[in-house]
Design a protein around this ligand. Structure first.
Ligand code: OXD
Length: 309
């Protein structure tokens, strides 16, 4: 079996070692410019569209990250119509839940207010928020969003979930796009974004969205920067409609030095680290899926090109 590894990041050699380890009987090669040769499977992350050209024997492409939004236009450029599988969790859900939980606790215990007070050497206890009185909303209930919603529910928070189609998650009040977004948003104290990046979700976090939240609410964006209308977010923070934003993803990454988010007193910026891809675990998952495909078994994580995720 021929595996073509097309990884355009500094971790390419780590991926090579991991893939060789989990697929010891396969011929694994790294993509180089001009390679149009036979491959059964292409494993792709942040590489050149030319690696995706239709090739002899190609059965599937594996996206070696959570989001397929960057891959889809490259497939179009390369005129490739092979099925695409995404990574499912592979250790990312726990990391997302850790990040989200940190943000929710930060908000509940008013650490942002204490940080400001401390800067002025002000010793003053504030009324704490109570977890049952500060509903948390998770937008996007895929593998990652569902895990975050379940984790926060288990922590005793009142959690609402929003997704394109109706999902049932024990203990979570769920809303589908057809129900309208307003009932989901109304009065949320924390809004966590884990939506996929599609044309439907572009700019979904805008002034209208923020206006429905509780005053001083917290936004945690773990999904994509293209979801945020940045001017609206800055205005909502400046007026106090939003009290705090924890942002891990941006429309343009790395975030430019001049960007106001860096210096905004109510924004915490992290450099797209909410869930790192765990290479060994991910390679194992890909190998299991390849084995299943080879045996004609059904494999989950197939990307729906029409929906875009
Ligand atoms: C992503 C990732 O898709 O880092 O953002 O996996």
């Amino acid at each position: 079996m021929d595996i073509l590894l097309a990884v355009g990041t500094a971790q390419a050699s780590q991926w090579m070692n991991a893939v060789v380890h989990v697929l010891p009987h396969a011929r694994v090669r790294a993509w180089t410019s001009g390679d149009k040769a036979h491959a059964d499977y292409v494993l792709f992350w942040k590489c050149d569209a030319a690696a995706l050209v239709p090739r002899d024997g190609l059965k599937a492409i594996f996206n070696l990250g959570a989001g397929v939004d960057a891959l889809i236009p490259l497939l179009r450029t390369a005129s490739c119509d092979a099925p695409v599988y995404r990574l499912e969790d592979a250790g990312m859900a726990q990391q997302m839940a850790d990040y989200a939980r940190y943000g929710v606790l930060h908000h509940m215990r008013r650490f942002e207010d204490y940080r400001r007070q401390a800067a002025a050497c002000e010793w003053r206890a504030l009324n704490a928020l109570h977890r049952r009185a500060m509903p948390v909303g998770v937008m996007g209930l895929g593998r990652l969003g569902e895990h975050v919603a379940r984790t926060l529910t288990a922590d005793g928070f009142i959690v609402r979930g929003y997704s394109r189609s109706k999902k049932h998650i024990e203990g979570v009040e769920t809303f589908a796009r057809n129900d309208g977004i307003d009932r989901f948003l109304d009065g949320l104290h924390v809004l966590i974004d884990l939506l996929p990046a599609t044309e439907d979700t572009r700019n979904i976090l805008n002034m209208r969205t923020f206006a429905r939240l509780a005053d001083g609410a917290c936004l945690i964006n773990l999904a994509r920067g293209m979801h945020v209308n940045e001017d609206d977010l800055l205005e909502a923070l400046d007026t106090g409609k939003l009290g705090f934003a924890m942002l891990d993803v941006f429309a343009h990454e790395p975030l430019l030095t001049a960007h106001p988010f860096w210096r905004h007193p109510r924004v915490m910026v992290t450099p797209h680290i909410s869930a790192a891809t765990l290479i060994d675990e991910s390679a194992r998952q890909v190998a299991e899926k390849i084995a299943a495909l080879e045996e004609g078994r059904t494999v989950t994580g197939l990307v729906d090109m029409q929906r875009g995720y």
